[in-house]
Design a protein around this ligand. Structure first.
Ligand code: PLP
Length: 409
């Protein structure tokens, strides 16, 4: 190496470990690979006998720190961070399902989840069975020995339907089938999914956790309660680890699909985690107050928020989520044209997709999220032409109400 061999000098420097500065927040370890002192240590790490990092598609210190923080607050057995909410959902089902298996769920699904089940998984021989998740008899009629999971969104959107998770979890557990829930709508700081029998929780951390809408991310939270010896897919791994699901996900699926969370995203979402509950409480309280005030407006046909006492899901929502079932509501106007006129006149509330940004966001779901669905599919999913979805941010109730009133006039 000559004196002027800049690159060689640079590359010969290695980052000291552990972090020598005692930094309070987790450094962003922007590295792809990790160096080993000996070939023997390298073998041990690559063969899983030690937990040293080897390659950032598999694990990364910053991402692991984020996962560890989520694990601490949820009390879960294992947490995996991914590149988006859809990555969390797809990695979960690529770990659980097998050709010939079925997923029992509702038609009231997030648009891409519906498409993933109906189009993507169907091509791999996985059947999707739609039923009414608020009717345990109907759910039971759809479950059988080939059901790889019951999948539930805890509050569906835009329909705002809530299934009774204690009823559903006992129904599936009697049949040795796991319960998978998408809890994106109510954060785990408020809703303790594990206490309601959820085995695997999936979250689009894109939403509440990122907060300022900085980044896409997803989480798979495994409560470690399900006995995977009952799963035809995971049975052979049941002895490998306390959770064969987590083992399969981390040793095979997550690596092979490559939808890992990047260290910058883990850093940003780790900051988001620190203010999550404060933001949630404020946004949900505003949402509830606003929902009540919107009910008094004659231009609005119906307001749907499960925290309203006259909402059909009020009781079960109260039992599961307490006083604040999320910071999203929907309302109906007279027609699609009326919705467009209203949307175009808003000044404070932003026309954008996404949920739980610090700003309030509004969208006409039928023409956007469900715009590529056929009218028949939208009808079957109860996505109506005259429904508007509002995600409430950190602005005051008064300011939001005023903006809505001026846009309705
Ligand atoms: C946004 C969302 C997803 C998908 O998350 P992405 O990060 O956009 O992939 C899944 N489920 C629900 C309920 C969502 O709101």
């Amino acid at each position: 190496m000559t004196e002027h061999d800049y690159e060689a000098k640079l590359m010969s420097l290695s980052f000291p470990k552990p972090d020598p500065y005692g930094s309070l927040s987790m450094p962003v370890y922007h590295t792809l690979a990790y160096e080993f002192a000996t070939a023997e240590e390298m073998e041990a790490a690559f063969c899983g006998r030690t937990t040293e990092h080897t390659y950032s598609r598999v694990t990364n210190p910053t991402v692991q720190h984020f996962e560890e923080r989520v694990r601490t607050v949820t009390g879960a057995y294992g947490v995996t961070a991914l590149s988006s909410g859809m990555a969390a959902i797809s990695n979960t089902f690529f770990s659980l399902a097998w050709s010939g298996s079925n997923i029992v769920t509702s038609r009231h699904l997030f648009g891409n989840t519906y498409s993933f089940f109906v189009n993507t998984l169907r091509a791999f021989g996985v059947e999707v069975r739609f039923c009414d998740l608020t009717d345990p008899v109907d759910v039971a009629a759809h479950l059988d020995a080939d059901s790889c999971a019951l999948f539930v969104e805890v509050i569906t959107n835009p329909q705002m339907e809530v299934a009774d998770l204690k009823v559903l979890s006992s129904l599936v557990h009697e049949r040795n089938i796991p319960l998978v829930a998408d809890t994106t709508i109510v954060p785990f700081t408020t809703f303790r999914a594990g206490d309601f029998g959820v085995d695997i929780e999936v979250v689009a951390s894109t939403k509440y956790i990122s907060g300022g809408a900085t980044s896409l991310g997803g989480l798979i939270i495994d409560y470690g309660k399900f006995d995977w010896k009952h799963s035809p897919r995971l049975r052979s791994m049941a002895g490998e680890s306390p959770s064969a699901f987590h083992y399969k996900l981390r040793r095979e699926i997550h690596r092979n699909l490559g939808a890992y969370m990047t260290p910058e995203v883990a850093y940003m979402q780790s900051l988001g985690l620190e203010t999550l509950q404060v933001r949630f409480e404020r946004q949900a309280a505003t949402c509830k107050a606003l929902a009540g005030r919107l009910q008094s407006l004659t231009d609005i046909e119906t307001v749907c928020y499960t925290g309203l006492e006259d909402n059909p899901s009020f009781e079960v929502s109260q039992q599961q989520f307490g006083d604040y079932p999320g910071a999203m509501l929907t309302f109906d106007l007279a027609s699609k044209e009326r919705c467009y006129g209203f949307l175009n006149k808003l000044k404070l509330i932003r026309r954008a997709t996404n949920l739980f940004d610090n700003r309030s966001l509004i969208i006409h779901p039928a023409s956007t999220i469900y715009g590529s669905f056929t009218p028949e599919q939208r009808m079957a999913m109860d996505v109506k032409e005259n429904t508007i979805r509002l995600s409430v941010g950190l602005e005051s109730t008064d300011a939001l109400f005023e903006d809505i009133c001026q846009a309705l006039n």
